[in-house]
Write a protein that binds this ligand. Sequence first.
Ligand SMILES: [Zn+2]
Length: 257
Amino acid sequence: MSETATERLRQVFEVDKQLRGLRSRLNQAERFLGAQSQQLASLTQKKEAADRQLRQLQAKAGEHEGEAARLEEKVNTLREQMNLAKTAREYKAFLTEVNTFKADKDKAESSALEYLQQIDELKGELAALEEAIAERSKMCHVAEGERTEREGEIAGRLKELEADRDRLRGLAPADALRDYDKRIARHPDEDPMAPIEEQDRRRHEYTCGSCMMELPVEAMSAVLSKGTVNFCPSCGVILFLPKELADALRPANSRSS
Ligand SMILES: [Zn+2]
């Protein structure tokens, strides 16, 4: 007896399952690498922003320090002139000027100090960021190595399985394959096929291995009698009979080999 369409599909399905399992390990490694790279990128971005901020703060601190130095020089010059004052009035005028410049100088100094404090804080943050970046870079390196390793591990087996799948698809009837591919397209995260499960042979109770719903007698006899593809009336999965069950249910004279 030639193998039924369902049996052909089941063989394709088994290879597809192995392929998916194989790829899922690689996918996992790729997702891990992706997550690590993303975190590294976000940390690097934060550090770049902090570096920019640091340069701005340093420029501001420099400006105020320069201003304070300039004012101090001015105060010193005025003091010298003040000492040479000829009248009390002249002296007082210098003194007022000196006090004004001194106040401005103090203001500039305290502004510079504020910026220097901010710079200290920011440098602390930068050091923490640099540490986090170094750590994350190490993780990225590990993740990259893992991905390359997985790729290497599965490359050979992947090729074998893909060749197997192509061969088996070549043996399956085109309309059955269309049903199979359609089911996968609609439910990409589910198995397109499920085994029929026997609950009670005497009472003819069989269920769909995917949705667990009981299969009507007509559905069961269709599966047993024809080679065509049969769907679970409840969930639409393509049903197949596991070999032991098929052997037990089909009359001896129609068994293969
Ligand atoms: Zn079902």
